[in-house]
Design a binder for this molecule. Structure first.
Ligand SMILES: Nc1nc2c(c(=O)[nH]1)N[C@H]1C(S)=C(S)[C@@H](COP(=O)(O)O)O[C@H]1N2
Ligand SMILES: [Mo]
Length: 313
């Protein structure tokens, strides 16, 4: 997220310096030149799409009919491909420019003669803009900079129990989560399916782990979680060797992020917990009461809240 935001002034500066070349005449000087110019469409279009749709996404602004993550992912591959083609096509020119100081001096003179920014002034302005954006946004993941995070849409210190909530519990979820009949079931490919009440879960051996929620929206927050190890539960249920599992919430099935899956290493990790407590308190309803999944090396979207079912594969 930080590198994406820092890239915005860099990309704008780059486009500013090269856009006059769009109007060069003749527009096409042969096949190689044609290919190079055609490759600018995915390169420039892809870069602009990635940075500005990403900027929109962290402000939760999705003004298009398609889904953001797959489109962002596909555009990243296209842009990378176009970048490789572009760097290849410009290798000769780059080498030439880097080996002669004369172009730099010429441009320096041209810049000051036209009354515009000098090359040095332009670079300093661009670097300063990039630095300022980084300083005023990085605080949403890097706590020491939190008080400078004026441009960050999320403050990782604000929220119940000291960290943010993206998705609050709606009325239906809250009703199911606080129902005394709540059960956590472990089923699927197991020898003895389990059905545990909240009291049963609290009576099992508890483990503690300090782990971050790292949301792909650009914020992250660490907390100390306490609860039951997934691998203990899978062991109690008689799951096969090296199991995988789906973790399912009390939300309506099909709602985005209502479930997540644990691969073999996530399921086996001693720090992958069904957490009952955070920072010494029972989970707030908006943090996933009664039980949330939390594990190392998983993006925030996979730390499923309001867990009610573990289906072993
Ligand atoms: N059941 C459920 N769990 C969920 C979500 C959700 O929408 N439903 N949101 C996820 C996302 S995107 C993140 S970043 C983390 C932290 O989100 P929170 O701030 O809403 O707790 O929880 C995850 N767990
Ligand atoms: Mo997220």
């Amino acid at each position: 997220m930080a590198t994406g935001l820092a890239s915005i002034p860099l990309l704008l500066a780059k486009l500013w310096t090269v856009y006059p070349r769009l109007w060069t005449w003749p527009p096409i000087r042969g096949v190689a030149h044609l290919l190079e110019r055609v490759s600018l469409v995915p390169l420039v279009g892809g870069s602009l799409f990635l940075l500005f749709s990403g900027l929109g996404a962290i402000a939760r602004w999705y003004p298009y009919p398609f889904s953001f993550p797959p489109a962002h992912y596909a555009a990243a591959w296209i842009t990378l491909g176009a970048l490789v083609v572009h760097v290849g096509a410009k290798l000769g020119a780059t080498r030439l420019a880097l080996s002669s100081r004369s172009t730099e001096l010429l441009e320096e003179r041209a810049g000051s003669a036209s009354g515009g920014l000098t090359r040095r002034g332009f670079l300093v302005t661009t670097i300063a803009a990039t630095g300022l954006i980084t300083l005023t946004t990085a605080g949403q993941t890097f706590r020491p900079l939190a008080r400078f995070a004026l441009l960050a849409p999320r403050d990782p210190r604000v929220g119940p129990q000291g960290f943010p909530v993206n998705k609050t519990a709606n009325r239906a979820v809250a009703a199911r989560a606080t129902d005394p009949g709540y059960r956590l079931t472990v089923e699927g490919n197991v020898a003895h399916p389990l059905s545990l009440s909240l009291a049963d879960l609290r009576a099992l051996p508890q483990h503690q782990a300090v782990l971050p929620i790292a949301c792909v929206d650009g914020w992250s927050a660490s907390a100390s979680w306490r609860g039951v190890r997934i691998r203990d539960l899978l062991g109690m249920a008689g799951a096969p060797h090296e199991p995988e599992a789906d973790v399912i919430s009390l939300q309506e099935p099909g709602v985005a992020y209502a479930s997540s899956s644990l691969n073999r290493s996530h399921a086996a990790d001693p720090d992958t917990l069904l957490a009952l407590e955070v920072n010494g308190e029972p989970l707030h309803i908006d943090h996933g009461f009664p039980v949330r999944l939390i594990g190392p090396n998983r993006p925030g979207v996979m730390q499923t809240k309001w867990v009610t079912k573990v289906v072993v594969r």
